[in-house]
Structure formats: C-alpha cells, structure tokens
Write a protein that binds this ligand. Structure first.
Ligand code: FA5
Length: 339
C-alpha cells in the first residue's frame, strides 16, 4: 500500500487532488482505518504486530503527503510572486501636484509685502458683533451708511462681517501704545448682500491695514498704497486717489490702479475708464480712536481695506470674479505656483 501510493503522491500537482488522496487513504473509509477496525477479530498475539505495522504505514504515508503538500504550497507562492513582479523600468504615473488657489497666492503675496514693512498679521472672526462691524467704526444703528454694506444677519447683534475693518477696532482696543506704534494687517473673508456680477460677489476677500502713531500723514498712506500696488502689479503701474466717504475715515479716498490690460482703451475689467477701483482708505476718524480708548489728540494714522479679488482680476486679466468661486479645475490649474 505504501510503495504503490508513495509514487502516486509524489506525482500529484494539485493541492485539491492531494487532499482527496489523503482522505481516500487515511480517512474513515480508507484501507488503514479498515485494518485497524478489523483488529478486534484478531488473535491477541497478532493484534500488536498488525497494529504497529498499520500505524507505521499510516505515519509514512502522512509524512509523504506532508512533504508533497509543502512542495505544492511553495509552488503556489512562487507562481504568485512571478505574476506580481513589478517592472521597475516602466514609466511611472505622473502625480499632479495641487497648487494654492489663485486668491490664496495673491493674499500671501500681499501679506509678505506688509510683513516685510514691519506689520503684524492679525486674524478676526467672520461671524462678528454689530458692535465691532458698525458701531465702533462710527456707524451707529440706523445710520444711512449701513446701506453701503448690507450683510447677512445671524441674530439681532450677530452678523457675517461685511468688511475686515472690525479687526481695526478690536486691535485698537487692546494695543498698548506705551510699547510702540500699531502697524497691522488683517486678511480674510467678508460677506455682503451684493448681487453677483462680473466684479461683485456676495462673499469676497479684504486685506485690512491700520497704522497708528504720533506723526502719520496722508503722504504715508499714499506711499504705502503705491508701494503695494507696484509690488503686486509691477513698477510701471500707477495709482490714483479719488475723494470718497467712509464713516470711519476722514478724509476718505478710493484708490484705482491703472488698467494695463487695455492701457485705457477699454476692456471688460476697467469698463473703458482705464482704471479699476481696488481699495478704500483714509485717515482714521477721531471718533474711532475715542471709541477704542485711544486719545485722538496724541495718536492718529491711516487705514485701508483692499480687495484681493480685484487685485487678482487686474493682475491676471480675469474678467469675471465668479471664476474664483466655481472650483473649475480648467480655470484654477492655469495658476500653478512656481517652485
Ligand atoms: C470698505 O469695505 C471699507 N471697509 C474699506 C476701508 C477700510 C476704508 C479702512 C477706509 C479705511 P468698500 O466697500 O469700498 O470699503 O470695499 C473695499 C474694497 O473691497 C473695494 O475697493 C473692492 O476692491 C472690494 N469689494 C467691495 N465690494 C466687493 C464685492 N461685492 N465683490 C468683490 N470685491 C468687493
């Protein structure tokens, strides 16, 4: 039985067949079990001999089967390894790297400029109190200037901030002037109930700026704004200041940058004027200083709120502000950051 099956087992190539052979030979209905079962009919002297012999054959068969099983299992692993080898000479898949959103890039650039000029960067809440968004900025309840910036209300005194100017008020309140002048910017999102069109969005960005010290003049403001415009747009750009009105600055100006996309001949962005408005600014109103506990007879300075969305439109010739907010990869992937 052993000799006969040893050769057969060694020639098997399939684990299932091997298992079946094991069951046939060693299982409950196999020849060995049959012999062992028949032992009860044997003579007492014969029993140990037959038993020992049958068990020896059983052990030997088990060994041969285990040996073959190991060989076949190894073969399965080898086959798998062969199929799964990686061809390291094949060209790899190109992984497309993401890039910061174009507005993030512009805001980082503006931030870097001001950090280089010694400004600190201060964050403020987007859900803001009426107190900081309006009242501290010299815009009492029912003041007609509230119409300029209608926003989304979250409750009686809570709103989505319509400008970054509340961060001015918050910073003025806590700044310790005995430690030095105040120079800060605050970039972030703002919200207004403006109807969306090519140059207006109901949610956009501003970078607020505030400088308060003892001898700050409007010339400092103009120089600062010209410098940031030329940093972003290039040395050949110029700015113009138009008289304007904000309740929290006096005098107030709106600032336009010359539109180089069309050199003044007219395009969708600057609407045939040759200029595009990018920011509001002015000399901080004495009431704003007084509201924050700062003495306007000693301290004064300038503030501005610039629109990075408009900066980006002008810099890259984008004629619709809504492109920034639609998440279209075909648009966004044009602005890969270098490096
Ligand atoms: C203000 O929001 C003032 N807080 C700015 C300011 C700060 C003045 C400090 C004086 C001192 P204004 O509403 O003009 O001002 O907005 C400022 C800039 O935000 C605009 O010049 C423009 O660039 C941008 N802006 C305003 N409304 C929108 C809009 N709906 N979509 C996109 N950009 C806008």
């Amino acid at each position: 039985l052993f000799e006969q099956n040893q050769a057969k087992i060694k020639s098997l190539h399939d684990l299932d067949e091997l298992n079946q052979t094991r069951i046939n030979l060693l299982g409950k209905k196999g020849p060995i079990t049959e012999v062992l079962r028949g032992m009860k009919d044997l003579d007492a002297t014969e029993r140990p001999k037959v038993g020992a012999y049958a068990n020896k054959i059983k052990d030997n068969l088990q060994d041969v089967i285990a040996e073959r099983k190991a060989v076949l299992e190894q073969a399965v692993i080898d086959q798998k390894l062969k199929q799964e080898t990686i061809d390291v000479t094949l060209p790899g898949d190109v992984v497309k790297a993401g890039t910061p959103h174009i507005l993030t890039q512009i805001m980082d650039d503006i931030e870097e400029f001001f950090i280089g000029q010694g400004y600190q960067v201060i964050d403020g809440p987007e859900v803001e109190e009426d107190h900081y968004n309006f009242e501290m900025l010299n815009i009492p309840k029912n003041h007609p200037a509230r119409d300029m910036q209608d926003t989304f209300y979250m409750g009686n005194d809570l709103l989505m901030r319509s400008q970054t100017s509340p961060v001015q008020a918050r910073t003025l309140e806590v700044h310790d002037f005995s430690k030095g002048p105040l120079k800060m910017i605050s970039p972030g999102r703002v919200y207004r109930r403006d109807t969306d069109d090519a140059t207006h969005s109901h949610q956009f960005h501003q970078v607020e700026g505030l400088v308060i010290d003892k001898h700050i003049t409007m010339a400092d403001l103009k120089g600062t704004l010209l410098a940031v415009a030329q940093h972003v747009f290039g040395k050949d750009r110029t700015i113009r200041l138009r008289p304007s009105y904000f309740p929290f600055t006096e005098p107030s100006v709106e600032v336009d940058v010359s539109c180089f996309r069309c050199g003044g001949r007219g395009c969708a962005i600057c609407k045939y004027s040759g200029w595009i408005e990018v920011l509001g600014a002015g000399m901080v109103h004495p009431n704003v200083l007084t509201n924050a506990g700062v003495d306007p007879k000693v301290y004064g300075g300038f503030a501005f709120g610039l629109g990075p969305d408009r900066f980006a439109m002008l810099k890259y010739g984008i004629d619709d502000i809504r492109s920034f907010y639609q998440g279209d990869q075909r648009f966004l992937s044009q602005f890969q950051q270098e490096g």
